[in-house]
Structures are given as C-alpha cells and as structure tokens.
Design a protein around this ligand. Structure first.
Ligand code: SF4
Ligand code: FES
Length: 358
C-alpha cells in the first residue's frame, strides 16, 4: 500500500485566546501573538506553507491552554518530509545527555544539587519555628526566647532574600531587639497620659496641634472635591459628526486611504469606481481592525475577523460587514456624515449617500 502522511492545510484561532505566547514559542512561523489575541501570519494562510510545519502546528495546538488553535489536515501520498529529521533530533538530544527522546530534549533543565544541609541553618532551625510569610517575600522566622543567638548569627542564618519583617521578627524573637511603638500608638499613649494628669511640653503641644490641623484640612479638601465632582457637569469633547475629508482629487487611485482612521473612518476608492466611507469599528466586539495592504484585507487584532476591502466580512467571529457612513459631495469636497450609517445586511449599501460614483 502507498505510504501517506497527514499534513496541515489550514490553521486558525477560535475566540478565547489568552495571549500566553506558548504557540509563538512553539511555531513562530505561523503564530503571531499580539496585544489582545494570537493571529495567523499571512504566509501561513497558504497550505504549501503550513504542510511542512505540521508537527510544530500540532504541538502548538496541543500546548494551547485554552484549546483555541484549530486546524484542518489532508492525507498526502509519500513519506512525511519531517520523518527522518525528528528521529535525528531525538538521537542528538540523547547523545547530548538531555535524556528525552523528543524535540524537548534541547530545553534547559534546572538541576538541584544534592548534598548535606548547611549546618548553620540546620542548627538555627532546630531552635526555631518557621511559619509562612505574611509579606509574600520569603519565610518568617521567630526565634525561641531560650535561643540567645548573637544578632549577627541570626542575620546571617536567614535566607538572603528574607524580607525585612522576617529579619525584625527573628531579632525580636531572639531578645536582641524590642518592638518600637508606631506614631499612632505613641499619640494614644500620650493622650492617655494627659487624661491622667500628665503635662505636655510646648514642643509636644505644637506637634500635636499641627497634626490635628493637617488631619482636618485633609478631610475638608476631600469633602470639597467630592462636592465639586458632584456639581460640575461631565463634558466629553468629540469631533463633529459631519466633516470634509478632502477633495475628490485627494483620492486619485483605487485603494484604502487611512488619513481619517484616528476619527474612525477609512475612505475606500473601490475598483468598481465607488468611493465609500467605512467605519473602523469591528462588528464583533468593537476593536479597531488594521488594513493589510499586501493581502488587501482588514484584519481585526482582537479575535481574528477579516474583512475585504469593500467591508464585507469573510473570516472570524464578525457577524456582519463593516458599516458605511454617509458620503456626499459639496462642490469638490468629499463630506462624511458619521451620524448616518448604512448596513449591508439591511440592503442599505445601494441607497443614495452610501457611496459616491467617482
Ligand atoms: S492561541 Fe493558545 S497558545 Fe497561542 S497565545 Fe492564544 S492561548 Fe496561548
Ligand atoms: S474580531 Fe472580535 S472585535 Fe474584532
């Protein structure tokens, strides 16, 4: 029977990518992990490009933690081009001492050296109890009162990355330091002393008065800001909905003109001689697609929706074409009105205003 193998002819990303980078690490020729989602690189839309990358694509799909990498395969006659290479790679991995019989043999392994425990640290542990950290930075060690180790020994015995609270706890626990009350505690104890007849020096009185005034001023400022935020109207400045986007002569050839993308408009001069104003908002969840001049498509970076130059969707989760804005002529000037929209699925693209005939 003739030998056959399976080869990937189409690969795509389903919604739900969590941008973990795993696929791009596995197969950077095909996967391009962007800010919001992973996309398939344009060359990988060609079956001849993906076929030789079949093992890497399958590995990336298996490694995807949310299982959003989808692909199609076909049976191809003959021996798989990567067959010999896989065996050679595995052999190389074994020879180099990696020990794994796969491509993963080349990955770095962390070796934890074996050996007797550090006697200084072991001795300290015997006299101490260790609990989980509250600061999240390392262990917290409290020395038993009986263990009167010198402070230097305590400091040296702690792990190098031990947080300050672990160091303080160890010093206090071993009896070489005592906790110092905070500012609030000191004011409280002073207030208690005054109540019980204790006198306050002029300097202490000035500090207490300044603190009290500062607290009152902060409270008043916060209240004032809240009142102001309530009464002052919230105004957002938006560009006008009707705007001149240039003269007809500014759009001399068929193509996509991106000067007005910052205000949400692509001016598209279609090959059939129509000039249209396309909305830059993806009809899936509202991201802003990119114009890819090489492929002559709009591609949404969020979940991979694709639109042709005329705004019609052809791939990804977008449910309908991009919207078009009203476009008219005022003398030579092309005027776009963003408050009037035309939707293809409602058969509005043939209505007056949905396009200009150039
Ligand atoms: S497609 Fe999967 S593996 Fe790739 S970045 Fe998204 S979640 Fe990660
Ligand atoms: S594809 Fe989801 S927002 Fe564009």
């Amino acid at each position: 029977m003739a030998q056959t193998y399976e080869a990937v002819t189409k690969v795509w990303i389903a919604p739900g990518c969590i941008v973990c980078d795993a696929c791009e690490t596995e197969c950077p020729e095909v996967f391009d992990v962007q800010e919001e989602t992973c996309v398939i690189r344009p060359p990988a839309k060609d079956a001849d490009f993906t076929k030789p990358l079949t093992p890497a694509i399958k590995a990336a799909a298996e490694g995807c933690p949310v299982d959003v990498i989808k692909f199609e395969m076909v049976q191809v006659e003959g021996a798989a081009p990567w067959e010999g290479k896989e065996a050679a790679t595995a052999e190389a991995g074994v020879k180099s001492g990696g020990g794994a019989a796969s491509g993963a043999a080349t990955k770095k392994q962390t070796v934890i050296p074996e050996g007797p425990p550090d006697p200084k640290w072991a001795g300290l542990l015997a006299k101490s109890h260790v609990s989980g950290s509250r600061s999240g930075g390392g262990p917290r060690v409290s020395m038993l009162r009986a263990a009167k180790a010198p402070p230097q020994a305590v400091a040296e015995a702690l792990p190098p990355g031990a947080p300050p609270d672990a160091r303080d706890a160890a010093m206090v626990g071993s009896g070489f330091a005592r906790p110092r009350p905070g500012v609030v505690d000191r004011i409280r104890s002073r207030a208690g002393g005054i109540a019980s007849g204790m006198t306050l020096s002029r300097r202490q009185f000035s500090i207490a008065a300044a603190l009290a005034w500062a607290a009152m001023a902060a409270t008043a400022a916060t209240a004032l800001a809240a009142v102001q935020a309530f009464f002052v109207p919230k105004v957002t400045k938006e560009p006008p909905s009707v705007m001149r986007v240039g003269k007809l002569s500014d759009f001399p050839e068929p193509g996509v003109y991106e000067q007005y993308k910052p205000v949400g408009i692509w001016i598209v001069y279609l090959p059939n001689g129509e000039l249209v104003a396309l909305s830059t908002i993806c009809t899936h969840l509202g991201c802003i697609p990119n114009w890819l001049p090489g492929d002559k498509i709009f591609k949404c970076p969020c979940h991979g929706s694709g639109y042709y130059q005329d705004g019609v969707n052809f791939e990804g989760p977008a449910p309908r074409p991009l919207e078009r804005y009203k476009v008219t002529l005022d003398g030579d000037w092309v005027v776009v009105d963003k408050s009037v929209k035309f939707r293809q699925e409602l058969k509005q693209w043939d209505l007056p205003g949905a396009f200009l005939t150039v």
